[in-house]
Design a protein around this ligand. Structure first.
Ligand code: ADP
Ligand code: MG
Length: 591
């Protein structure tokens, strides 16, 4: 490896951009350099999520003292010398600006030794000012130590998130690299404590299981190709979905990327081939190998997003490959809504879930189009105005009277006759709303009440999830949990909010993590967090869109309407009924 300074024109052609956004972006650059230097082992040490210290040590080929002196200069690289190289580059870093950019905003100490040298060279660069090289003792390889990150630019420092949040970003970057390089031995230390040790894996499946902390059996492999590209990797079998998007990784030619459209392609495959539930997300690690000429990796300064020459081809190949993997390799048949507890507001109807039959199923199915037709005709009809009102009239203004059940339509809607007209209800939306109100009221009545568990319950989560729970301990306490963190993977629960009695705590905690992660720090109020828990609890136990219902179940829901405060909206804000006044019906039939 010989370092040369890039000619100015080449340098200018490379899209300029900041490499250093946060500790995680530094880690990514540094580890990629280790891999380029043929390292087989990398040790990463972090203090305060990388804000106070980042050290990345490798056992790669090292640098000569002459190269070490050039490594931190802008556009100093041993990896590219012309713009053509950019499109065919095999190595990771290629801008020759990572070390320069990092050392401009921190104090960087580089220690490096080639195998055939007696001594290592050490150089300290502070705010781009470079010390004279000194000789020190060290093993073959390179160690880069970053201290005082962003001290010269306080504005950038203030922009960083909490230590725990930055730590999670670092973990994400490390995991991406670990997945792309199964044979790399990776150690991570947090605050002087080892938190990760990924031993080299002979194959990707093992590494995926190691990084995502799942059994290898939870995954099925994806394999597909077209003349220009190859898809490989693993996706979780439908029954192993989780409630967060944390375990989703995409790579293009070995480089981790983010691409909403391709993530959507995977999700579509799940929806269409096995109907995975809305609140569950698949885990996946997918590699796209594509002719470098068909992908531009330089559109994003930190190379996070890429631009494909033929995005549609990739979309359909990914979707098809995943669908095939899910339908062919899944050994267990998919059961929709497997987690629905046998729990409904009225114990009387609980037992009838098992052998449901539709009441008037067929005959009403055939009538559905006529309702639709009516809705389009109404737009041009002379009584358009009244009808527009009728559609928007809130149920509070309509005399509900005794609602007489007509029946179920396509296992999705409940048809009922009221004193003033015909109602169609979205069975899931309405039931969920009713349950939400019951539980929300309970929560308000029982505020501050916690339930001690007979014995502490321990739950295992990924490092990121634990880190989120750890960071938000106070809000957990505020809503009624008593928790402790015996180690980096475990949360131990002594007491829970009364509302979560008899609930599956693991899934609720996962949901909570997802909520806490998505929101800005400091924005959580007890009510907003509780609302999420209650919404989720209400949804989980509800009758689903598509469930066949017994007449008495439907009648119960109708009867409950009297007590439902916000009858017309489901908990997510969709309408849950359609009302057709009798005079509208009469008008339709020229009566
Ligand atoms: P780039 O990776 O784009 O070339 P960097 O600023 O990341 O630019 O690194 C500059 C040069 O320093 C690299 O081209 C490489 O020659 C050398 N270098 C950086 N890190 C290492 C390392 N860990 N081991 C060996 N050489 C390294
Ligand atoms: Mg680099």
């Amino acid at each position: 490896m010989v370092i040369q300074v890039l000619p100015a024109d080449v340098a200018d052609q490379i899209a300029a951009g900041e490499v250093v956004e946060r500790p995680a972006s530094i880690i990514k650059e540094l580890i990629e350099n280790c891999i380029d230097a043929q390292a087989t082992q990398v040790v990463i040490k972090l203090l305060a999520g990388g804000k106070n210290k980042i050290s990345v040590q490798d056992n790669g080929i090292g640098m000569s003292p002459e190269d070490a002196a050039k490594a931190c200069l802008r556009h100093a690289t041993s990896k590219v010398s012309s713009i053509d190289d950019l499109f065919h580059i095999q190595s990771f870093g290629f801008r020759g600006e990572a070390l320069a950019a990092i050392s401009a905003v921190s104090c960087l100490t580089l220690t490096t030794k080639m195998e055939d040298r007696e001594e290592a060279t050490q150089i300290v660069v502070k705010e781009s000012l470079q010390s004279k090289p000194t000789n020190v003792g060290a093993n073959t390889g390179t160690t880069i130590l970053i201290e005082g990150l962003f001290e010269p630019v306080p504005a950038r420092k203030a922009y960083l998130k909490s230590d725990e949040a930055e730590y999670r970003e670092c973990l994400k970057a490390i995991k991406q690299i670990a997945l792309a390089h199964p044979q790399l031995d990776i150690e991570v230390w947090k605050e002087e404590k080892q938190v990760i040790e990924y031993h080299p894996c002979q194959n990707l499946t093992r590494r995926i299981a190691q990084v995502l902390k799942k059994q290898t059996e939870s995954f099925t492999s994806v394999e597909g190709s077209s003349p220009d590209m190859k898809i490989s990797g693993s996706i979780s079998r439908p029954e192993f979905g989780i409630s967060t998007r944390t375990g989703q990784y995409l790579f293009v030619n070995g480089r981790p990327i983010e691409d909403r459209s391709l993530s959507f392609a995977v999700r579509e495959a799940y929806h269409q081939s096995c109907g995975i539930e809305k609140h569950l997300h698949p885990l996946y690690v997918i590699f796209i190998d594509i002719d470098p000429i068909l992908v531009d990796v330089n559109v994003h300064p930190r190379k996070r997003e890429v631009k494909f020459a033929e995005p549609r081809d990739i979309f359909s190949l990914i979707k098809r490959t995943c669908s095939e993997a899910l339908t062919q390799n899944s050994q267990t048949p998919f059961t929709p809504n497997p987690q629905r507890p046998s729990f409904a507001p009225t114990p009387a109807i609980t037992n009838s879930y098992s052998k449901r039959t539709s009441l008037f199923g067929q005959s009403f199915t055939t009538q559905t189009p006529s309702f639709r037709q009516q809705s389009s005709v109404r737009d041009q009809s002379p009584i358009n105005d009244t009808m527009a009102v009728s559609q928007e009239t809130s149920l509070d203004e309509v005399e509900l009277g005794e609602l007489k059940l007509i029946g179920q339509i396509t296992n999705k809607y409940i048809a009922a006759e009221g004193s003033q007209g015909l109602f169609l209800f979205d069975q899931h939306a309405l039931h969920e709303r009713q349950r939400f109100e019951i539980y929300w009221k309970k929560f308000e009545d029982q505020k501050d009440r916690t339930q001690k568990l007979l014995i502490n319950q321990n739950f295992t989560f990924s490092e990121d999830q634990i880190s989120i729970l750890h960071e938000h301990q106070q809000i957990l306490r505020d809503i009624g949990f008593q928790v402790s963190f015996p180690n980096d993977e475990t949360i131990s629960i002594e007491a829970i909010p009364l509302l979560l009695e008899k609930e599956d705590l693991q899934v609720h905690l996962e949901k909570l993590v997802e909520h806490l992660e998505g929101e800005q720090i400091g924005e959580h109020s007890i009510d907003s967090v509780m609302r999420r828990l209650v919404e989720y609890k209400a949804c989980r136990g509800s009758i689903m869109f598509g469930d066949t219902l017994q007449p008495e179940e439907m009648q119960h829901i109708l009867d409950d309407l009297k007590n439902t405060k916000f009858k017309w909206l489901c908990a997510h804000g969709r309408p849950n009924y359609w009302f057709i006044p009798f005079d509208e019906l009469d008008h339709k039939f020229h009566r």
